[in-house]
Design a protein. Structure first.
Length: 436
Protein backbone atom coordinates (compact mmCIF):
# COMPACT_ATOMS: atom_id res chain seq x y z
CA UNK A 1 0.00 0.00 0.00
CA UNK A 2 1.20 3.49 -0.87
CA UNK A 3 2.29 5.83 1.91
CA UNK A 4 0.89 9.29 2.51
CA UNK A 5 4.38 10.71 1.94
CA UNK A 6 4.50 9.15 -1.54
CA UNK A 7 1.16 10.73 -2.35
CA UNK A 8 2.27 14.13 -1.04
CA UNK A 9 5.51 13.96 -2.98
CA UNK A 10 3.61 13.20 -6.17
CA UNK A 11 5.33 9.91 -6.91
CA UNK A 12 1.90 8.33 -6.94
CA UNK A 13 -1.52 9.76 -7.71
CA UNK A 14 -5.02 9.92 -6.31
CA UNK A 15 -7.77 9.35 -8.88
CA UNK A 16 -11.40 10.46 -8.65
CA UNK A 17 -13.81 8.56 -10.89
CA UNK A 18 -16.94 10.57 -11.66
CA UNK A 19 -16.69 14.37 -11.95
CA UNK A 20 -20.18 15.46 -11.04
CA UNK A 21 -21.55 17.32 -8.02
CA UNK A 22 -19.57 15.06 -5.69
CA UNK A 23 -16.43 14.10 -7.56
CA UNK A 24 -15.40 17.46 -8.97
CA UNK A 25 -15.24 19.41 -5.67
CA UNK A 26 -13.33 16.47 -4.19
CA UNK A 27 -10.84 16.33 -7.07
CA UNK A 28 -10.23 20.08 -6.93
CA UNK A 29 -9.71 20.01 -3.15
CA UNK A 30 -7.37 17.00 -3.26
CA UNK A 31 -5.35 18.57 -6.09
CA UNK A 32 -4.15 21.24 -3.66
CA UNK A 33 -2.21 18.52 -1.83
CA UNK A 34 -1.73 15.59 -4.20
CA UNK A 35 -1.21 14.61 -7.82
CA UNK A 36 -4.84 14.07 -8.89
CA UNK A 37 -6.39 12.38 -11.90
CA UNK A 38 -10.04 13.28 -12.47
CA UNK A 39 -11.73 10.72 -14.72
CA UNK A 40 -15.20 10.76 -16.27
CA UNK A 41 -16.70 8.75 -19.13
CA UNK A 42 -18.54 11.86 -20.35
CA UNK A 43 -16.07 13.38 -22.80
CA UNK A 44 -18.19 16.53 -23.16
CA UNK A 45 -18.06 17.08 -19.41
CA UNK A 46 -14.29 16.51 -19.37
CA UNK A 47 -13.72 18.93 -22.25
CA UNK A 48 -15.74 21.61 -20.44
CA UNK A 49 -13.70 21.14 -17.27
CA UNK A 50 -10.49 21.37 -19.27
CA UNK A 51 -11.75 24.74 -20.54
CA UNK A 52 -12.45 25.81 -16.96
CA UNK A 53 -16.26 25.51 -17.08
CA UNK A 54 -18.29 23.64 -14.46
CA UNK A 55 -21.95 23.30 -15.48
CA UNK A 56 -22.92 22.25 -11.94
CA UNK A 57 -21.55 25.54 -10.55
CA UNK A 58 -20.23 23.67 -7.51
CA UNK A 59 -16.65 24.85 -8.12
CA UNK A 60 -15.76 28.51 -8.61
CA UNK A 61 -14.24 29.40 -11.97
CA UNK A 62 -11.10 30.74 -10.28
CA UNK A 63 -10.62 27.51 -8.29
CA UNK A 64 -11.12 25.44 -11.42
CA UNK A 65 -8.70 27.59 -13.40
CA UNK A 66 -6.03 27.15 -10.72
CA UNK A 67 -6.65 23.43 -10.29
CA UNK A 68 -3.68 21.23 -11.19
CA UNK A 69 -5.70 18.02 -11.54
CA UNK A 70 -5.59 16.14 -14.84
CA UNK A 71 -9.16 15.88 -16.18
CA UNK A 72 -9.45 13.01 -18.62
CA UNK A 73 -11.80 10.50 -20.24
CA UNK A 74 -8.92 8.06 -20.82
CA UNK A 75 -9.17 5.20 -18.27
CA UNK A 76 -5.53 4.24 -18.91
CA UNK A 77 -4.57 7.21 -16.75
CA UNK A 78 -5.97 5.37 -13.72
CA UNK A 79 -2.95 3.05 -13.74
CA UNK A 80 -0.92 5.90 -12.22
CA UNK A 81 -3.11 6.00 -9.12
CA UNK A 82 -2.55 4.20 -5.85
CA UNK A 83 -5.80 5.51 -4.37
CA UNK A 84 -8.93 5.51 -6.55
CA UNK A 85 -12.08 7.18 -5.25
CA UNK A 86 -15.35 6.31 -7.00
CA UNK A 87 -18.01 9.02 -6.89
CA UNK A 88 -20.68 8.07 -9.41
CA UNK A 89 -24.48 8.38 -9.11
CA UNK A 90 -26.63 5.63 -7.60
CA UNK A 91 -30.19 6.27 -8.83
CA UNK A 92 -33.31 4.11 -8.69
CA UNK A 93 -35.02 2.56 -11.69
CA UNK A 94 -38.61 3.08 -12.87
CA UNK A 95 -39.77 0.58 -10.25
CA UNK A 96 -37.94 2.44 -7.47
CA UNK A 97 -35.37 -0.28 -7.02
CA UNK A 98 -31.65 0.50 -6.64
CA UNK A 99 -29.95 0.96 -9.99
CA UNK A 100 -26.34 -0.03 -9.46
CA UNK A 101 -25.51 0.27 -13.15
CA UNK A 102 -23.21 3.32 -12.76
CA UNK A 103 -21.30 1.93 -9.78
CA UNK A 104 -20.91 -1.46 -11.44
CA UNK A 105 -19.68 0.15 -14.66
CA UNK A 106 -17.21 2.27 -12.69
CA UNK A 107 -15.99 -0.83 -10.85
CA UNK A 108 -15.39 -2.60 -14.15
CA UNK A 109 -13.42 0.37 -15.49
CA UNK A 110 -11.38 0.67 -12.31
CA UNK A 111 -10.76 -3.07 -12.20
CA UNK A 112 -9.36 -3.11 -15.74
CA UNK A 113 -6.91 -0.31 -14.99
CA UNK A 114 -5.97 -0.53 -11.29
CA UNK A 115 -2.50 -1.39 -10.12
CA UNK A 116 -1.43 -3.92 -7.51
CA UNK A 117 -1.53 -2.44 -4.01
CA UNK A 118 -4.29 -0.01 -4.92
CA UNK A 119 -6.86 1.29 -2.44
CA UNK A 120 -10.33 1.65 -3.99
CA UNK A 121 -12.68 3.84 -2.00
CA UNK A 122 -16.37 4.37 -2.81
CA UNK A 123 -18.37 7.53 -2.04
CA UNK A 124 -21.60 6.60 -3.82
CA UNK A 125 -24.70 6.10 -1.68
CA UNK A 126 -25.49 2.38 -1.41
CA UNK A 127 -27.19 -0.07 0.91
CA UNK A 128 -24.99 -1.97 3.41
CA UNK A 129 -22.94 -4.65 1.67
CA UNK A 130 -22.60 -3.20 -1.84
CA UNK A 131 -18.90 -2.27 -1.55
CA UNK A 132 -17.77 -5.68 -0.34
CA UNK A 133 -20.38 -7.94 -1.92
CA UNK A 134 -20.97 -6.25 -5.29
CA UNK A 135 -17.95 -4.07 -6.07
CA UNK A 136 -15.17 -6.29 -4.71
CA UNK A 137 -15.96 -9.32 -6.95
CA UNK A 138 -16.16 -7.03 -9.98
CA UNK A 139 -12.78 -5.48 -9.19
CA UNK A 140 -11.26 -8.95 -8.78
CA UNK A 141 -12.79 -10.31 -11.99
CA UNK A 142 -11.68 -7.37 -14.12
CA UNK A 143 -8.20 -6.90 -12.64
CA UNK A 144 -7.12 -10.49 -12.03
CA UNK A 145 -6.02 -9.28 -8.59
CA UNK A 146 -7.15 -10.78 -5.29
CA UNK A 147 -8.59 -9.04 -2.26
CA UNK A 148 -7.12 -8.35 0.27
CA UNK A 149 -3.67 -9.49 -0.83
CA UNK A 150 -3.45 -7.29 -3.95
CA UNK A 151 -5.83 -4.41 -3.16
CA UNK A 152 -7.99 -3.10 -0.34
CA UNK A 153 -11.31 -1.28 -0.07
CA UNK A 154 -12.67 1.80 1.63
CA UNK A 155 -15.96 3.62 1.91
CA UNK A 156 -16.35 7.30 2.69
CA UNK A 157 -19.87 8.52 1.91
CA UNK A 158 -20.32 11.87 0.21
CA UNK A 159 -22.06 14.67 2.08
CA UNK A 160 -22.27 17.26 -0.67
CA UNK A 161 -25.30 19.57 -0.54
CA UNK A 162 -25.66 21.13 -4.03
CA UNK A 163 -25.92 24.90 -3.99
CA UNK A 164 -24.92 25.18 -0.33
CA UNK A 165 -22.06 27.66 0.07
CA UNK A 166 -21.74 27.08 3.82
CA UNK A 167 -21.78 23.30 4.24
CA UNK A 168 -19.02 22.38 1.83
CA UNK A 169 -16.68 19.40 1.49
CA UNK A 170 -14.13 21.07 3.75
CA UNK A 171 -16.59 22.13 6.46
CA UNK A 172 -18.62 18.93 6.93
CA UNK A 173 -17.22 16.12 9.06
CA UNK A 174 -16.28 13.12 6.90
CA UNK A 175 -17.00 9.47 7.63
CA UNK A 176 -14.15 7.14 6.69
CA UNK A 177 -13.90 3.35 6.79
CA UNK A 178 -11.56 0.70 5.45
CA UNK A 179 -11.40 -3.04 4.93
CA UNK A 180 -8.44 -3.08 7.35
CA UNK A 181 -6.85 -0.67 9.79
CA UNK A 182 -4.01 0.35 7.47
CA UNK A 183 -6.47 1.29 4.71
CA UNK A 184 -8.63 3.25 7.14
CA UNK A 185 -5.50 5.01 8.41
CA UNK A 186 -4.47 6.07 4.90
CA UNK A 187 -7.95 7.26 3.92
CA UNK A 188 -8.27 9.19 7.16
CA UNK A 189 -5.02 10.98 6.35
CA UNK A 190 -5.96 11.63 2.70
CA UNK A 191 -9.41 13.02 3.49
CA UNK A 192 -8.07 14.75 6.57
CA UNK A 193 -5.80 16.78 4.30
CA UNK A 194 -8.82 18.57 2.83
CA UNK A 195 -11.61 18.27 5.41
CA UNK A 196 -11.02 20.80 8.17
CA UNK A 197 -14.17 19.76 10.07
CA UNK A 198 -12.59 16.48 11.07
CA UNK A 199 -12.98 12.76 10.40
CA UNK A 200 -15.32 10.22 11.96
CA UNK A 201 -13.86 6.76 11.64
CA UNK A 202 -16.50 4.05 11.30
CA UNK A 203 -15.74 0.58 12.61
CA UNK A 204 -16.50 -1.10 9.30
CA UNK A 205 -17.47 -0.42 5.71
CA UNK A 206 -21.02 -1.67 6.33
CA UNK A 207 -21.45 0.72 9.25
CA UNK A 208 -20.36 3.62 7.04
CA UNK A 209 -22.69 2.52 4.23
CA UNK A 210 -25.60 2.27 6.66
CA UNK A 211 -24.82 5.65 8.21
CA UNK A 212 -25.00 7.33 4.83
CA UNK A 213 -28.25 5.74 3.74
CA UNK A 214 -30.08 6.70 6.95
CA UNK A 215 -28.96 10.36 6.90
CA UNK A 216 -31.35 11.23 4.10
CA UNK A 217 -33.92 8.65 5.17
CA UNK A 218 -34.28 10.53 8.44
CA UNK A 219 -34.77 13.82 6.60
CA UNK A 220 -37.25 12.21 4.24
CA UNK A 221 -39.41 10.94 7.11
CA UNK A 222 -39.34 14.29 8.90
CA UNK A 223 -40.38 16.14 5.75
CA UNK A 224 -43.11 13.56 5.17
CA UNK A 225 -44.52 14.39 8.61
CA UNK A 226 -44.56 18.08 7.70
CA UNK A 227 -46.29 17.29 4.40
CA UNK A 228 -48.93 15.21 6.14
CA UNK A 229 -49.48 18.04 8.62
CA UNK A 230 -49.80 20.48 5.71
CA UNK A 231 -52.54 18.31 4.18
CA UNK A 232 -54.38 18.19 7.53
CA UNK A 233 -54.03 21.92 8.19
CA UNK A 234 -55.20 22.71 4.66
CA UNK A 235 -58.49 20.93 5.42
CA UNK A 236 -58.70 22.84 8.71
CA UNK A 237 -58.04 26.13 6.91
CA UNK A 238 -54.94 26.79 9.04
CA UNK A 239 -51.71 28.25 7.65
CA UNK A 240 -49.09 25.49 8.07
CA UNK A 241 -46.10 27.82 8.12
CA UNK A 242 -47.66 29.92 10.85
CA UNK A 243 -48.18 26.75 12.90
CA UNK A 244 -44.55 25.71 12.37
CA UNK A 245 -43.28 29.17 13.30
CA UNK A 246 -45.27 29.04 16.53
CA UNK A 247 -44.17 25.49 17.37
CA UNK A 248 -40.59 26.42 16.48
CA UNK A 249 -40.47 28.78 19.44
CA UNK A 250 -39.76 25.71 21.59
CA UNK A 251 -36.06 24.92 21.86
CA UNK A 252 -36.27 21.27 20.76
CA UNK A 253 -38.75 21.56 17.88
CA UNK A 254 -37.02 20.51 14.66
CA UNK A 255 -37.22 23.12 11.85
CA UNK A 256 -38.42 20.94 8.97
CA UNK A 257 -40.79 22.38 6.36
CA UNK A 258 -43.24 20.79 3.91
CA UNK A 259 -42.48 20.71 0.21
CA UNK A 260 -41.60 18.70 -2.88
CA UNK A 261 -38.93 16.08 -2.16
CA UNK A 262 -36.82 15.24 -5.19
CA UNK A 263 -33.17 15.20 -6.14
CA UNK A 264 -30.64 12.42 -6.13
CA UNK A 265 -30.43 11.96 -2.34
CA UNK A 266 -33.50 12.43 -0.15
CA UNK A 267 -35.93 11.19 -2.79
CA UNK A 268 -33.76 8.19 -3.66
CA UNK A 269 -31.69 6.95 -0.69
CA UNK A 270 -34.60 5.51 1.35
CA UNK A 271 -35.35 3.07 -1.46
CA UNK A 272 -31.83 1.64 -1.14
CA UNK A 273 -32.42 0.88 2.53
CA UNK A 274 -35.92 -0.53 2.04
CA UNK A 275 -34.71 -2.74 -0.82
CA UNK A 276 -32.07 -4.32 1.40
CA UNK A 277 -34.50 -4.59 4.32
CA UNK A 278 -37.06 -6.47 2.22
CA UNK A 279 -34.32 -8.70 0.84
CA UNK A 280 -33.63 -9.95 4.38
CA UNK A 281 -37.29 -10.33 5.27
CA UNK A 282 -37.97 -7.01 7.01
CA UNK A 283 -40.86 -4.88 5.82
CA UNK A 284 -40.20 -1.20 6.65
CA UNK A 285 -43.49 0.59 7.21
CA UNK A 286 -42.50 4.05 8.45
CA UNK A 287 -39.89 4.63 5.73
CA UNK A 288 -42.15 3.57 2.86
CA UNK A 289 -45.10 5.46 4.32
CA UNK A 290 -42.97 8.61 4.32
CA UNK A 291 -41.97 7.97 0.72
CA UNK A 292 -45.58 7.56 -0.35
CA UNK A 293 -46.55 10.85 1.27
CA UNK A 294 -43.64 12.78 -0.26
CA UNK A 295 -44.14 11.25 -3.70
CA UNK A 296 -47.80 12.32 -3.63
CA UNK A 297 -47.22 16.02 -2.95
CA UNK A 298 -47.03 17.09 -6.60
CA UNK A 299 -50.46 15.57 -7.19
CA UNK A 300 -51.78 17.27 -4.04
CA UNK A 301 -50.56 20.69 -5.17
CA UNK A 302 -52.07 20.23 -8.64
CA UNK A 303 -55.41 19.18 -7.17
CA UNK A 304 -55.47 22.24 -4.91
CA UNK A 305 -54.78 24.37 -7.99
CA UNK A 306 -57.76 22.83 -9.79
CA UNK A 307 -60.03 23.41 -6.78
CA UNK A 308 -58.93 27.04 -6.58
CA UNK A 309 -59.69 27.53 -10.27
CA UNK A 310 -63.18 26.13 -9.74
CA UNK A 311 -63.80 28.20 -6.58
CA UNK A 312 -62.84 31.39 -8.40
CA UNK A 313 -65.11 30.57 -11.37
CA UNK A 314 -62.17 30.21 -13.71
CA UNK A 315 -61.96 27.65 -16.49
CA UNK A 316 -60.16 24.40 -15.76
CA UNK A 317 -59.79 22.82 -19.18
CA UNK A 318 -57.63 25.18 -21.16
CA UNK A 319 -56.47 27.14 -18.11
CA UNK A 320 -52.99 28.65 -18.24
CA UNK A 321 -50.99 27.93 -15.09
CA UNK A 322 -47.54 29.41 -14.70
CA UNK A 323 -44.92 27.43 -12.75
CA UNK A 324 -41.81 29.13 -11.39
CA UNK A 325 -38.98 26.66 -10.94
CA UNK A 326 -38.16 23.23 -12.38
CA UNK A 327 -34.95 22.11 -10.65
CA UNK A 328 -35.13 19.74 -7.69
CA UNK A 329 -34.12 22.48 -5.23
CA UNK A 330 -33.39 26.17 -5.09
CA UNK A 331 -30.38 27.92 -6.63
CA UNK A 332 -28.98 24.91 -8.51
CA UNK A 333 -29.25 23.81 -12.16
CA UNK A 334 -29.78 20.15 -11.21
CA UNK A 335 -33.05 18.68 -12.53
CA UNK A 336 -32.41 15.06 -11.55
CA UNK A 337 -35.52 13.52 -9.99
CA UNK A 338 -37.30 16.86 -9.85
CA UNK A 339 -40.81 16.49 -8.51
CA UNK A 340 -42.09 19.57 -10.31
CA UNK A 341 -42.80 17.15 -13.15
CA UNK A 342 -45.52 15.59 -10.98
CA UNK A 343 -47.35 18.93 -10.80
CA UNK A 344 -47.00 19.38 -14.57
CA UNK A 345 -48.26 15.87 -15.34
CA UNK A 346 -51.26 16.14 -13.02
CA UNK A 347 -52.30 19.54 -14.38
CA UNK A 348 -52.18 18.16 -17.91
CA UNK A 349 -54.56 15.39 -16.83
CA UNK A 350 -57.16 18.13 -16.29
CA UNK A 351 -56.54 19.70 -19.67
CA UNK A 352 -54.58 22.57 -18.12
CA UNK A 353 -51.64 24.16 -19.95
CA UNK A 354 -48.59 24.41 -17.61
CA UNK A 355 -46.10 27.15 -18.54
CA UNK A 356 -42.77 26.46 -16.85
CA UNK A 357 -39.98 28.98 -16.31
CA UNK A 358 -36.66 28.31 -14.59
CA UNK A 359 -33.64 30.62 -15.01
CA UNK A 360 -31.29 28.10 -13.35
CA UNK A 361 -32.06 24.96 -15.36
CA UNK A 362 -30.64 24.08 -18.78
CA UNK A 363 -33.56 24.18 -21.28
CA UNK A 364 -31.94 21.59 -23.53
CA UNK A 365 -31.48 19.17 -20.63
CA UNK A 366 -35.07 19.65 -19.43
CA UNK A 367 -36.35 18.94 -22.95
CA UNK A 368 -34.13 15.89 -23.35
CA UNK A 369 -34.74 14.33 -19.93
CA UNK A 370 -38.42 15.16 -19.41
CA UNK A 371 -39.74 16.51 -22.70
CA UNK A 372 -40.42 19.74 -20.82
CA UNK A 373 -40.05 23.07 -22.57
CA UNK A 374 -38.72 25.83 -20.33
CA UNK A 375 -40.13 29.19 -21.34
CA UNK A 376 -38.88 32.75 -20.89
CA UNK A 377 -40.55 34.68 -18.10
CA UNK A 378 -42.35 36.83 -20.69
CA UNK A 379 -44.29 33.74 -21.82
CA UNK A 380 -46.05 33.59 -18.45
CA UNK A 381 -48.92 35.88 -19.45
CA UNK A 382 -52.74 35.84 -19.23
CA UNK A 383 -52.44 33.28 -16.44
CA UNK A 384 -55.28 31.75 -14.50
CA UNK A 385 -52.95 30.71 -11.65
CA UNK A 386 -49.29 30.90 -10.71
CA UNK A 387 -47.35 28.28 -8.71
CA UNK A 388 -44.01 29.08 -7.04
CA UNK A 389 -42.51 25.58 -7.00
CA UNK A 390 -38.81 26.28 -6.41
CA UNK A 391 -37.49 29.13 -4.28
CA UNK A 392 -34.68 30.40 -6.51
CA UNK A 393 -33.18 33.56 -5.06
CA UNK A 394 -33.41 35.13 -8.50
CA UNK A 395 -37.20 35.19 -8.10
CA UNK A 396 -36.75 37.85 -5.39
CA UNK A 397 -36.51 40.35 -8.22
CA UNK A 398 -40.16 39.71 -9.08
CA UNK A 399 -42.20 42.47 -7.50
CA UNK A 400 -45.92 42.50 -6.84
CA UNK A 401 -46.54 44.43 -10.04
CA UNK A 402 -44.55 41.82 -12.00
CA UNK A 403 -46.70 39.05 -10.57
CA UNK A 404 -49.92 40.94 -11.29
CA UNK A 405 -48.79 41.60 -14.86
CA UNK A 406 -48.72 37.85 -15.52
CA UNK A 407 -52.49 37.76 -15.06
CA UNK A 408 -53.39 40.72 -17.27
CA UNK A 409 -56.53 42.38 -15.95
CA UNK A 410 -57.77 39.32 -14.05
CA UNK A 411 -57.57 38.53 -10.35
CA UNK A 412 -54.24 37.13 -9.17
CA UNK A 413 -54.20 33.57 -7.80
CA UNK A 414 -50.82 32.59 -6.36
CA UNK A 415 -49.75 29.28 -4.85
CA UNK A 416 -46.53 29.74 -2.89
CA UNK A 417 -45.35 26.21 -2.10
CA UNK A 418 -42.16 27.38 -0.38
CA UNK A 419 -43.51 30.30 1.65
CA UNK A 420 -41.15 32.41 -0.41
CA UNK A 421 -42.90 35.76 -0.40
CA UNK A 422 -44.23 37.82 2.47
CA UNK A 423 -47.78 36.72 3.20
CA UNK A 424 -49.03 40.06 4.50
CA UNK A 425 -47.59 42.02 1.58
CA UNK A 426 -49.27 39.70 -0.92
CA UNK A 427 -52.59 39.82 0.87
CA UNK A 428 -52.42 43.62 1.21
CA UNK A 429 -51.86 43.82 -2.55
CA UNK A 430 -55.09 41.92 -3.13
CA UNK A 431 -53.39 38.71 -4.25
CA UNK A 432 -55.32 35.50 -3.56
CA UNK A 433 -52.62 33.46 -1.79
CA UNK A 434 -52.33 29.80 -0.86
CA UNK A 435 -49.29 28.37 0.93
CA UNK A 436 -48.36 24.74 1.48
Amino acid sequence: MVSLDALRQGTSAVAVVGLGYVGLPLAVALARHFNVIGFDVNSTRVAALQRGHDATREVDSADLANCKALFTDDPEQLRQASVIIVAVPTPVDDHRRPDLTPVRAASRTVGRHMSRGCVVCYESTVYPGVTEEECRPTLEAESGLRFPQDFTLGYSPERINPGDKVHRLETVRKIVSGSDEATADLLEQVYGSVVSAGIHRASSIKVAEAAKVIENTQRDINIALMNELAIIFNKLDIDTLEVLEAAGSKWNFLPFRPGLVGGHCIGVDPYYLTYKAEEIGCHPEVILSGRRINDSMGKFVAEICVKRLIESDRRVKGARVGILGFTFKENVPDIRNTRVVDIVAELKEYGITPLVHDPEADPAEALHEYGQELLPLSALSHLDALILAVAHESFRSLGLDDIKAMFGSGAVSLMDIKGFWDKRALRDAGIDLWRL
